[in-house]
Design a protein around this ligand. Structure first.
Ligand code: HEM
Length: 118
């Protein structure tokens, strides 16, 4: 179960910070955020983490397909972002079993994020 106590919330907010840093440091992903400021990068990381925590039905802002289609993302981009997410939660101190479950929740969003012909 997700820890909804303040300590649990702290893990999530630490994970978001770490995740945003990891996205920016990964050359395979950082290009897509060129021109985005730190606040937008942070807001993206936050949306991504919330999607992992809340499941695919959760409304996370603008339509995901519309938001990402011009980036022509491939599976490898999606996969790399999920790996960073798992590593960020690990570093923030979340249980390993929970991390695996969270990453699996993002999977249904893949077809909205990755371009069909990319
Ligand atoms: C489950 C996976 C993902 C979710 C839930 C997600 C969520 C979002 C959301 C909600 C937005 C709109 C943010 C806003 O308007 O403030 C957004 C924008 C964006 N996403 Fe994602 N995203 C995912 C995967 C990715 C991946 C793999 C990349 C590529 C590295 C990426 C790159 C971007 C970029 C560049 C923007 C635009 C940022 C900007 O407007 O400055 N996303 N994403």
């Amino acid at each position: 179960m997700l820890d909804t106590t303040p300590a649990g919330a702290d893990v999530v907010s630490r994970a978001i910070t770490i995740f945003a840093e990891r996205l920016r440091a990964d050359g395979k992903l950082a290009w897509s955020f060129e021109g985005s400021d730190t606040a937008r990068m942070h807001s993206h990381a936050r949306a991504f983490v919330i999607a992992a925590l809340g499941g695919p039905d959760l409304y996370v802002g603008r339509d995901l397909r519309t938001t990402h289609e011009s980036l022509r993302l491939r599976d490898e981009h999606f996969d790399a972002a999920v790996v960073h997410l798992a590593a960020s939660f690990h570093e923030a101190g979340m249980d390993e079993s929970l991390i695996t479950a969270l990453a699996a929740r993002l999977e249904p969003l893949r077809r909205q994020i990755v371009s069909p012909a990319a």
